[in-house]
Design a protein around this ligand. Sequence first.
Ligand code: PMP
Length: 374
Amino acid sequence: MREILDLTARPTVISFAGGLPAPELFDVAGLRAAYDHVLSTAPSRVLQYSTTEGDPGLRAAVAERLSARALPTAVDDLLVTSGSQQALSLTSTALLAPGDTVLVENPTYLAALQCFAFVGARVVPVPSDEGGIDPVALAGLVASERPKLLYAVPNFQNPTGRTLSVERRRAIAEVAARHGLWIVEDDPYGELRFDGAPLPWIASFDGAADRTVLLGSLSKIMSPGMRLGWLRAPAALRQACATVKQTTDLHSSTVDQAAAARYLTDARLDAHLTRVRAAYRERRDALLDGLPHTLPPASTWSRPDGGMFVWVRLPDGHDATALLPRAAAHDVAYVPGAPFFAGRADPATLRLSFTGHSAGTIKEGLTRLAEAFE
Ligand code: PMP
């Protein structure tokens, strides 16, 4: 996939392929103020080594955000990680042995599949529909496959933009509690909700709390370059993850954590998120408005309430990977859906990211895509 995307990296290309936050929306002034503050008031602390668990101020600020959304969380329930990608890797290493079975939504986040494959796990896809993981199918697979964990992205999933309903979250929590299944609930997009009310985390349902590892990230809401995320897990697993982290990087960057903590306690994040959500909503709407005139008749697509991605299914017989060079020839790009599937891929699918361009550029990109698909 990296090779295909290299084809589309030319500056003339309007790319819907990347999963990057919009750089013009970064709160440069706010972050500079936060870094300035910590470097002027506590230079010898923030430029020094620090603890594996992470900056207590940052953990307190994250714990407060989680507790405010009905997931009571103490500072010590959290381990700061270098992005949620590291949290995924630590959790896989701490929990999984070669040959263990991991259930995943289908399709799912590509780098999670790579993470599970790397530790020698067997990945089994759970039948999933427009509402995400099907809890009835999940219960059946749990009985037959005896999996160790389920990996789920509950909000505005990558790559589909799908969100699990409250009913499905509850049902998944019940299956986990009944069968002693671990859940890795990966939620980097939840704060990017433009429509509707936030839904409870799977971790907040009775019986699921001590079986669920909740992963969060500052990448999509603050800056991916700061590489900060966190995991919330029961004590024994969290300590195992901290031990693995010690062998990996000792701790995440002290100065970046301190600046992030300052930014959060200054209450800058919510004002920033209001701006980001408004811009992304407009971009999502531009994409959704244009799709009926862009895609071949009988195509279908998701209508996400937030996040960064729309998932498209072209009519039967189309192959999104084979069509990509034609799109590139028209200076437009997307990501074919096939690599996101565990097991048999649906070649007619593709992922469009709506965050990287203004509404006007999105419109132009869709005109090019329509020409490519003609
Ligand atoms: N999980 C999911 C579902 C993602 O889409 C991403 C980033 N694309 C990550 C985890 C990793 O993000 P980060 O390490 O930047 O927090």
